[in-house]
Design a protein around this ligand. Sequence first.
Ligand code: ATP
Length: 243
Amino acid sequence: MIPPDHPRYRSLVARERIAGCARAGVVSLEGIAAHGRGEAFDYLIGERTTESAHVAEKTAAAFLVSAKNPVISVNGNTAALAAGLVRDLQQASGAGVEVNLFHRTEERMNLITRLLEENGVTVMAGKAERLLPLSHDRALCLRHGIFESDVVLVPLEDGDRCQALRSMGKVVITIDLNPLSRTARAASLTIVDELTRALPQITRFCRELPVEQSAKFIRECDNNRFLKSALQEMEANLAHALD
Ligand code: ATP
């Protein structure tokens, strides 16, 4: 039991959740490593939502509510940390939710689908086909889901798949604490913020952002600017770390 007054309470709860979900088979062993990388970058950004991530979250909401066919792609870590938050975002944005895994087995697909459904998410069903320009099972997705989407939110994605989705002409939004990752650089829009801080903000803006402002946020979206300002934030935190 982690004491709620522990200074690193939130982070320790998340870590415990990732470990428990790994034991249950929802999170892959590789997913534990990816989580640790995220934790390290969260230290650098100061474990808070920066002003520029806030704008990126508004921009993500603008893309989602303006999309014809938005889809949220969910992997093991996202389901483990944020199943209820994905439900809220689905309700606010009207997006479809598809389970899509890098380390894909039938068993993990079923476990993650069940976890999401228990938390009130409506999960897209059907037979996955090799439709993405990638080798092996990473090409698998649903024709009426990710394949036909115009805007796809892929939290904690891998670089190759992000590039493949971009090459298909989609708007790809990612949430990634590492502004240097291939995913962050390949995406149309990267939110450099922690997943469980970012999702509720995007949900709130899906509900609150006036339609006329959406067009402005979409027009002004500049992924490089978001990445540069995250790096500047990290540099500044490092420069003053021991003051
Ligand atoms: P790429 O292939 O894009 O270069 P990678 O090898 O880091 O990146 P993964 O390990 O699949 O790819 O990606 C996981 C990414 O998600 C990491 O960059 C990590 O910083 C980030 N990440 C992990 N946990 C979280 C979290 N809770 N919130 C936000 N980002 C996270």
